[in-house]
Design a protein around this ligand. Structure first.
Ligand code: IMP
Length: 438
């Protein structure tokens, strides 16, 4: 293993956190390259059961350094709370580093996220309301505040004061009476500056020039893991626009958001769940609104880590994963939560879509969301295995029908499935190719 990017191949929540936690055993440096505390990674390890939002999953390995890259947007008070939670479990966070170039999520970004969603009404995107979109808007509009600004308090107060009149105009423009108190709170210059600078003081020991850290690690030939957030179907360019996040989860985003040359990435490990889930709105062709969907949700405990929202569940969508394979060029795929399928008599895989309007068959994802919304999955059915796989520790331990299912997904993806997980514990990760990604 040298530089490996771990990337979501579906709608997010594929289990990247547990894959990174597993691989971090051997990593010197783990870097988050995009998104913010909209992310939710559940990690179960001998130290306990953790919900991480910003902090990379390598934090539990004391010998592993963890970097929040420049491509991440950081809410400082939220990060302080996350560090405090870890401290309670005995982790002092000394192995956490924060890029000084990362942008800040401000209280008014959270407010604007909420105001925008309320205005959209029934057409809402279903964001996490964490202010992620508006924070990236300010970054691209060249008026964002960055981590480095927290280190210069006077300048920070000045720049914040300069930006707030525009925010107030914007917020007032929504004319949302119910949000009047929230508007006042999110545009209170002194209160925001006090809270953010206090958080900045607490975080100061973690703040560094991220690129220098990465460069040294590359120079020393260290093993680096790039930890993606969300998945291809929520990518700002390639996802189901506008039901997307505001950054680039695909590996192209990793180079920019971590601060390393694209050619330095040796392998890209895609992570796909053995079925499909999504939180938030937008097309989801294989969604099941029946007892099977409910079974997937309950067996898979499919509730958002950040928001607690029930995830939408459906059969595995091989078209979406193949689309992701083409964009991300996976060296191989880690398939997660195979055990959740244990009880099913019959499993379905969407191998294509059909347009009921003209009968056209689609083998890729259309740009038009309205077209995508009306496409129907074309299913191939496979027999289930109806036995418990959670105690399987090797490929040959798996029932034949489970192996056949994985092999069918593999041939549809056109990529090796190198890892299969049958539960959240580290030991429940079956590595098919012992040399892959080690
Ligand atoms: P945002 O990133 O909060 O702006 O939300 C944009 C879309 O991405 C919405 O559909 C969210 O539900 C979805 N989303 C954001 N973060 C996550 C996550 O960690 N897991 C799954 N979906 C997410």
């Amino acid at each position: 293993m040298s530089v490996i990017a771990v990337v979501g191949a579906q709608w997010g929540d594929e289990g990247k956190g547990r894959v990174v936690d597993y691989l971090a055993d051997e990593a010197d440096l783990v870097i988050r390259y995009g998104g913010g505390n909209n992310a939710g990674h559940t990690v179960v390890n001998p130290h306990g059961h953790f919900k991480l939002h910003l902090i990379p999953s390598g934090i539990f390995h004391p010998g592993t350094r963890n970097l929040l890259g420049n491509g991440v947007v950081i809410n400082p008070p939220a990060l302080v709370v996350e560090l405090e939670e870890l401290a309670k479990a005995g982790f002092d966070g000394a192995n956490l580093f924060i890029s000084d170039r990362a942008h800040l999520v401000m209280p008014y970004h959270v407010l604007l996220d909420q105001l925008e969603e309320r205005e959209r009404g029934a057409a809402k995107l279903g964001t996490t309301s964490r202010g992620i979109g508006p924070a990236y808007v300010d970054k691209v509009a060249r008026r964002g505040l960055r981590v480095v600004d927290l280190m210069e308090p006077d300048l920070f107060r000045e720049r914040l004061a300069a930006t707030l009149p525009r925010i107030r105009r914007l917020a007032d423009g929504y004319g949302d009476e119910e949000m009047a108190d929230a508007v006042a709170e999110a545009t209170d210059a002194d209160a925001i500056a006090d809270a953010y600078l206090a958080a900045g003081t607490q975080l100061a020991r973690h703040v560094i020039d991220g690129q220098a850290l990465v460069d040294e690690a590359l120079e020393r030939g260290e093993r680096i893991l790039l930890e993606g957030q969300l998945g291809t179907m929520r990518d700002i360019d390639w996802g189901i626009y506008p039901y997307v996040t505001s950054s680039s989860p695909i590996p192209g985003g990793a180079s920019i958001g971590a601060g390393l040359p694209a050619v330095a990435i040796d392998q890209v490990l895609g992570v796909a769940k053995a079925y499909t889930t999504a939180v938030g709105a937008g097309p989801l062709p294989t969604e099941l609104e029946d007892a099977d969907g409910e079974t997937l949700r309950e067996r898979g405990i499919e509730y958002g880590t950040s928001t607690g929202r029930a995830r939408r569940c459906g059969w595995y969508d091989a078209v979406a994963v193949r689309f992701s394979v083409r964009l991300a060029g996976y060296s191989s795929i880690a398939l997660t939560k195979l055990d959740v399928l244990d009880g099913f008599k019959r499993l379905r895989i969407a191998t294509a879509y059909r347009d009921p309007a003209d009968g056209r068959e689609w083998t890729t994802v259309p740009a038009s969301t309205s077209v995508y919304e009306r496409l129907e999955p074309v299913y191939q059915d496979l027999p289930g295995w109806e036995t418990d796989t959670t105690a399987c520790r090797s490929w040959s331990d798996l029932p034949a029908a489970a192996r056949a299912y994985v092999e069918r997904l593999e041939s549809l993806a056109g990529t090796l499935i190198s890892h299969v997980s049958v539960g959240p514990e580290r030991a429940q990760m079956i590595v098919r190719e012992s040399e892959a990604h080690r």
